[in-house]
Ligand binder design. Structure first.
Ligand SMILES: NC(=O)CC[C@H](N)C(=O)O
Length: 230
């Protein structure tokens, strides 16, 4: 299964994403924001960082990068697209996910471990977790305060599109209903503020992020008829 890690000017978690894919033994390329062909790839990772200096609003400029047209096409074709932190912001700005990420409630950049509840393991990104499981994944953001209108929120809840919530009263940023990550209706595009690629090894405090990457691989193998553990 081949992964692309999209690199915008200002991305800074691209190497972590690349290493996370290497850790699950799969081929991965860095793909520069000017690229216009993603047909080689089975999954697209939009990493964290400060694309285009976070000017206007995080992710607002990145939506116009040439590669984003291809990311939209990949999503429409049913490929798996995962946006982490700035990647989540890019997905909302480009309309692949509903809602927006606003400044954190306390207007501060926050960087610490956070507990997340896995609300759904019926997505290609979470099939290796249990529903209701609480996992430890770090956050590092200034604009993670998820907001959407009432109608959208009701739809997200009804369709099971809220995939992660901050657990145990630990909402760091004021996001609606403690939302930490959502997916699209079809389930092949997921955005989340916390960083699973920084939770790949107990040495760094947690390895709970690893199952996100093995979930993606597992989903792809199931879909493509390969042995799940092969
Ligand atoms: N780690 C990140 O991706 C940070 C995203 C964005 N620059 C923010 O501060 O919200």
């Amino acid at each position: 299964m081949k992964f692309a890690v999209i690199v915008f000017p200002g991305s800074n978690c691209d190497i972590d994403c690349y290493k996370a894919v290497e850790a699950i033994g799969q081929p991965v390329d860095y793909v520069w924001h000017t690229a216009t062909d993603l047909s080689d790839y089975d999954a697209i990772l939009l990493p964290g960082g400060f694309s285009y200096g976070d000017y206007l609003r995080c992710g607002a400029i990145a939506q116009f990068a040439p590669v984003m047209g291809e990311v939209v096409k990949a999503a429409e074709a049913g490929k798996l697209v995962l946006g982490i932190c700035n990647g989540f912001q890019v997905l909302t700005e480009s309309g692949l996910l509903p809602g927006k990420l606003m400044r954190n409630r306390n207007l501060k950049f926050l960087c610490h471990q956070s507990e997340l509840e896995v609300m759904s393991n019926k997505t290609p990104f979470t099939n290796q977790y249990s529903e209701g499981e609480v996992i430890n994944i770090p956050i590092a953001h200034g604009e993670g305060n998820y907001y959407c209108d009432e109608e959208t929120l009701a739809k997200l809840e009804a369709n099971g599109q809220i995939v992660f919530r901050y657990a145990n009263g630990g909402n760091p940023n004021g996001s609606l209903r403690d939302i930490a990550g959502i997916c699209n209706e079809r389930g092949n595009v997921l955005g989340m503020m916390p960083h699973p690629e920084r939770a790949m090894d107990q040495l760094l405090g947690s390895e709970d992020g690893k199952r996100m990457f093995t979930s993606i691989l597992n989903a792809w193998r199931e879909k493509n008829g390969a042995a799940v553990n092969g």
